[in-house]
Design a binder for this molecule. Structure first.
Ligand code: N01
Length: 547
């Protein structure tokens, strides 16, 4: 890999992040639009989320055949996934392959963190500085920073006194961690922990799971990829992607039209049982239309999962502690697992209920809760991320009149379409807050955003437009629309990172767009067809815009 250093360089575009978003954006900017562009990434190599999240058991919850780029049809045909769900090393290998295939690395500067991006009103360019001393100016500033890139390690008393090893799942050592025979404590039971716990339990001498909130999770039914299935998929890829693009969640599934409240109890049970056996998100998408929006319908799904927990977990007291009762199913991120509940039947796994006996402190030798002490060799923080906004705030981003993004978003992120924010001309966010992003199969949403931005830049060039800025009124209306839809769902009933509830002091605002990938695409297409309505377009002085 060649690493280059850029100082005081003028570019058409700077992109932050070399994950799915940054890689495709670079390709579109450079190879489709013919622009000069540079990607900066703090990591040593490509991959974004999949570069950092290497914890045991890390894999994606989207099935592999649909967790990839669709824009390169040859690649779709050539690439062979080995598992039904793609594992982290394989996704990383895929992204490396994409970077090589498209010769992207020569325009990516690794080991470099963007520390500030300041909009210069006189030049109508962004002045960007990195922690490596680079100074770059660019017409366009584009973030591909992911939604879950800034880990959160809770400020527990005594955290720094622990004499053993500790890790966060989102910054797992690349050389791996040998947990063989060790006493391991894991704090958290979100997606990362749910995947890691069954794998770590097989390695550790003893595993203590410190659970604050019990979770609803569905078996993934992970397996080797079914070759006949993949062959069929490859013969119908166009149709499959098209379906995914217009779906609710970015998956190629037909919407169900039945209500959980319209069918008999037997039929309902049979539907849930079929979804449970099939595994994965099918349980959610393929059951009933109202599980996510109607509390009574949701109760039937929640109760079904609770009955499964009681069936699987042999010790009734542990089963009780693992049973979620304080939030509806899928109001927190829907989870899928491999042998999660079964793992609590192992002799070397102990569930510690920190909702009822909170952690008091981390000591030199382990964790002390209100009722007990646990001696540990390793502590794993599976405690999530400062989602959606945290990584923006790590950079000093300032728009017109020196307005800091952090200040503007103090009471929650404000965007138009999750793509732009008023006062920040020519800044675009790939899967920013206010877009379907984390409520969707990410590659589908990433491609849609990258293509929207790229088409927009092409339009600007063709029409002699220098600046595009979200209109403040359009932004206000979009934020209100996002909130109105969120209020029609059951999401607000859980303390989740979607609402910033996992970060002390973070405003409680629903951040992703819950209206579905298809309707969102329609809206974006209409915006484009209407000459990018909702944007204030500034014509170049020398060449008035013909719009
Ligand atoms: O993080 P989380 P994650 N004391 O925030 C607990 C994506 N992802 O890394 O629920 C004690 O979900 C917290 O408890 P509570 C996916 O979008 C995808 O697991 O807040 N406990 C919770 O149990 C996912 O949603 C994939 O009460 C504390 C856990 O830590 C997102 O990443 C795989 C605590 C955090 O769960 C984040 O998942 C992995 C404290 N102070 C991740 N603070 C796949 O596609 C937090 N917790 C497979």
């Amino acid at each position: 890999m060649t690493e280059t250093k850029t100082t005081t360089t003028e570019l058409d575009a700077v992109v932050v992040g070399a994950g799915f978003s940054g890689l495709y954006m670079l390709y579109r900017l450079r190879d489709v639009l013919g622009m000069s562009a540079r990607v900066f990434d703090a990591a040593h190599d490509v991959g974004g989320t999949w570069y950092w999240n290497r914890y045991p058991g890390a894999r994606c919850d989207s099935e592999s055949y649909i967790y990839c780029f669709s824009f390169d049809k040859d690649l779709l045909q050539e690439w062979e996934w080995s598992g039904k769900y793609p594992e982290q090393p394989e996704i990383l290998a895929y992204l490396n392959h994409v970077a090589d295939r498209l010769d992207l690395r020569r325009d990516i500067q690794f080991n470099t963190r963007v520390i500030s991006a300041l909009y210069n009103e006189a030049t109508r360019r962004w002045d960007i500085e990195t922690d490596q001393g680079d100074h770059v100016t660019a017409r366009y500033f584009i973030t591909g920073i992911g939604c879950l890139s800034t880990g959160q390690i809770p400020d527990i008393k005594g955290r720094d006194t622990f004499k053993g090893q500790w890790y966060h799942t989102g910054a797992w050592p690349h050389e791996g961690v040998d947990l063989t025979g060790k006493r391991v404590g894991i704090i958290g039971t979100g997606s990362s922990a749910i995947q890691a716990i069954p794998v770590i339990a097989k390695q550790a001498g003893h595993l203590y799971v410190f659970q604050r909130t019990p979770q609803f999770t569905i078996p993934a039914r992970h397996a080797n990829v079914d070759k006949a299935f993949l062959k069929d998929v490859k013969s119908r890829y166009d149709e499959i992607w098209e379906k995914a693009r217009w779906s609710a969640g970015g998956f190629p599934v037909d919407p169900v039209d039945r209500s959980a409240l319209e069918v008999s109890a037997e039929e309902r049970q049979a539907v849930y049982e079929a979804g449970w056996q099939q595994g994965g998100f099918n349980f959610f998408f393929g059951s009933f239309k109202d599980v996510a929006v109607d509390r009574r319908a949701n109760d039937t799904a929640s109760e079904f999962i609770r009955s499964k927990i009681r069936e699987i977990v042999k010790d009734p007291e542990t089963a009780e502690k693992l049973t979620p009762t304080d939030h509806p199913f899928s109001s927190k991120r829907a989870l899928i697992d491999t042998n999660y509940f079964e793992t609590y039947n192992r002799d070397n796994v102990t569930l510690v209920d920190i909702r009822h006996s909170p952690i008091q402190e981390i000591t030199e030798t382990g964790i002390r809760t209100e009722d007990d002490s646990y001696d540990l060799d390793v502590i794993i923080f599976a405690t999530g991320f400062d989602a959606m906004t945290g990584t923006f705030f790590k950079m000093d981003i300032r728009g017109k009149n020196g307005l800091a993004l952090k200040e503007k978003w103090e009471a929650g992120p404000k965007t138009y379409l999750g793509l732009s924010s008023a006062g920040f001309p020519n800044m675009f966010m790939i899967t920013g807050p206010g877009s379907p992003s984390v409520l969707s199969n990410m590659p589908v949403s990433i491609e849609q955003h990258v293509e929207f931005i790229s088409n927009f830049l092409e339009y600007m060039t063709e029409h002699g437009i220098d600046t595009a800025e979200a209109d403040a009124q359009a932004e206000t209306e979009w934020v209100a629309h996002v909130n109105a839809i969120a209020d029609m769902t059951l999401y607000p009933l859980a303390d989740s990172w979607y609402l910033g509830a996992n970060i002390p002091g973070k405003p409680r605002v629903f951040m992703p767009y819950p209206g579905g990938v298809g309707p969102y695409r329609t809206k974006c297409n209409e915006v484009a067809e209407n000459g990018y309505e909702g944007y204030v377009l500034g014509a170049a002085e020398r060449e008035p815009a013909a719009v």
